[in-house]
Ligand binder design. Structure first.
Ligand SMILES: CC(=O)N[C@H]1[C@@H](OP(=O)(O)OP(=O)(O)OC[C@H]2O[C@@H](n3ccc(=O)[nH]c3=O)[C@H](O)[C@@H]2O)O[C@H](CO)[C@@H](O)[C@@H]1O
Ligand SMILES: C=C(OP(=O)(O)O)C(=O)O
Length: 442
């Protein structure tokens, strides 16, 4: 079992490059199986556990997948099988995104029903309602969801009760090959939706309006493989922004797209963090004193739930009390208990957490409860007193490429070790010339 050990107290400085976005590449890989002709070549693909999982899902369906040097080549032109078993869906809920492409191309798809996860119950009713509106028959039973249609899906007008990212993606992919026009109203507006629409359009789809609350899709008869570069990961960028802010450091984040990070930039600025656009990236400079603020997570362009726990770590060091309200997932506060192990003073009130600032945070052994919680605990460890040990790194590896290595390159005192190595290597080995930035900041 591996863990990350971080010792707080170092200011982070330097430059870091953001990878391609996990949440953009997963739907794009799922969409690649719609192509009945030609190969798709995807660039800037992050080397993540989730990418390996979705590659396995489509390989298992008979697609040829080759992943090397951040590029994936996918040939799905051979006949595919139309089933995704539980072993993949259990590892990664985004496996359910193959349902729309399968239904569109073959008139049939069967995927293990994704269960809930640490952040909430995460139903897929809106995906299924969309398929039904397009004429599919949907059956849920024996742990599977199966959708079929006789002939082609039919274009339809679909209103989403909540702007679900996954439902928008699944319906958009299905509608790309449906007969006639589909209109998705109250759809998700995330940058990853725009990236998927751009990919599908390069494959020959006719989609307009991605990034707004109404997407219009004119179905076409077939789609072909294409070449596409994945957009940069706004959540990874946001995580490094918090790393600069929490250590009072100065980090240049190459590839960070300010347009995708408006709400995060605005909240960090409220907390006194300096942020400048520079050569196609962002420079982030942490202040001497962070100011408390309040955050409410919302669908894009509101504040992203995937940055909620990292901001909670930052609020611990702000002057005053901050409040975080989580409106997207009903159970995304599992990390609060772990922060408390580090001596954080936090109170959960319904869907809000009241975070007491000026924390006297102390290193402790803590467990990641989801992938963003893993990052948040590491961020807190950068400024906590002593050693923080973060376990359950399988969550981190789903969504971050070498986070410990990248933070170390920026000056953090951080190591990833397996438990045996830690016993062999006493804490003293990890010690360093403490430049004590906390003293400088106060
Ligand atoms: C792989 C990927 O891109 N994951 C992201 C995606 O997840 P995902 O696509 O699963 O998230 P959704 O936008 O679908 O979920 C948002 C809310 O809608 C609800 N809902 C969703 C679908 C449905 O059929 N019925 C329903 O009620 C969910 O329970 C949740 O409360 O968007 C989330 C919200 O920005 C992010 O946190 C995830 O990182
Ligand atoms: C919740 C997340 O991802 P997923 O939807 O893949 O679980 C995330 O990226 O923070």
């Amino acid at each position: 079992m591996e863990k990350i050990i971080v010792r707080g107290g170092r200011q982070l400085n330097g430059a870091v490059k953001v990878e391609g976005a996990k949440n953009a590449v997963l739907p794009v890989i799922a969409a690649s199986i719609i192509a009945s002709k030609g190969k798709s070549v995807l660039h800037d693909v992050p080397v993540l556990a989730d990418v390996y999982t979705i590659n396995e899902v489509i390989r298992n369906m008979n697609a040829d997948v080759h992943f090397e040097n951040n590029t994936i080549t996918i040939d799905a032109s051979k006949p595919l099988t139309t089933e995704a078993p539980f072993e993949y869906v259990r590892k990664m809920r985004a496996s359910v995104l193959v349902l729309g492409p399968l239904l569109a191309r073959y008139g049939h798809g069967k995927v293990a029903m994704p269960g809930g996860c640490a952040i909430g119950s995460r139903p897929i009713d809106l995906h299924l309602k969309g398929f039904e509106a397009m004429g599919a028959e949907v059956h849920v039973g024996n742990g599977f969801v199966e959708a079929k249609v006789n002939g082609r899906l039919q274009g339809a007008k679909i209103y989403l009760d909540v702007p679900s990212v996954g439902a928008t993606e699944n319906i958009m992919m299905a509608a790309a090959l449906a007969e006639g026009k589909t209109v998705i109203e109250n759809c998700a507006k995330e940058p990853e939706i725009v990236d998927l629409a751009n990919f599908l359009n390069k494959m020959g789809a006719r989609i307009v309006g991605a990034g707004t609350e109404t997407i219009r899709i004119e179905g076409v008869d077939s789609l072909h493989g294409t070449e596409h570069a994945i957009i940069p990961d706004r959540v990874e960028a946001g995580t490094f922004m918090v790393a600069a802010a929490i250590t009072g450091g100065n980090i240049y984040i190459e590839n960070a797209v300010s347009e995708h990070l408006r709400s995060v930039i605005s909240k960090l600025e409220e907390m006194n963090v300096t942020i400048r656009e520079e050569n196609g990236g962002l420079r982030v400079i942490g202040p001497k004193k962070l100011k408390a603020t309040d955050i409410k997570t919302l669908p894009h362009p509101g504040f992203p739930t995937d940055m909620q726990s990292q901001m909670m770590a930052l609020m611990l060091f702000a002057q005053g009390t901050s409040v975080i309200t989580e409106t997207v997932f009903e159970n995304r506060f599992m990390h609060v208990e772990e922060f408390r192990r580090m001596n954080a003073k936090m109170k959960i009130e319904g869907r809000s957490v009241i975070v007491e600032g000026d924390a006297d945070l102390q290193g402790a052994e803590v467990a990641a409860t989801d992938l963003r919680a893993a990052a948040a605990l590491i961020l807190a460890g950068l400024r906590a007193e002593g050693y923080t040990r973060v376990t359950e790194l399988k969550h981190l590896d789903r969504g971050y490429v070498n986070l410990a290595g990248k933070l170390a390159a920026l000056g953090a005192n951080i190591e990833r070790v397996d438990e045996k190595a830690e016993i062999a290597e006493p804490e003293a080995e990890l010690d360093y010339q403490n430049n004590n930035f906390i003293a400088k900041l106060s």
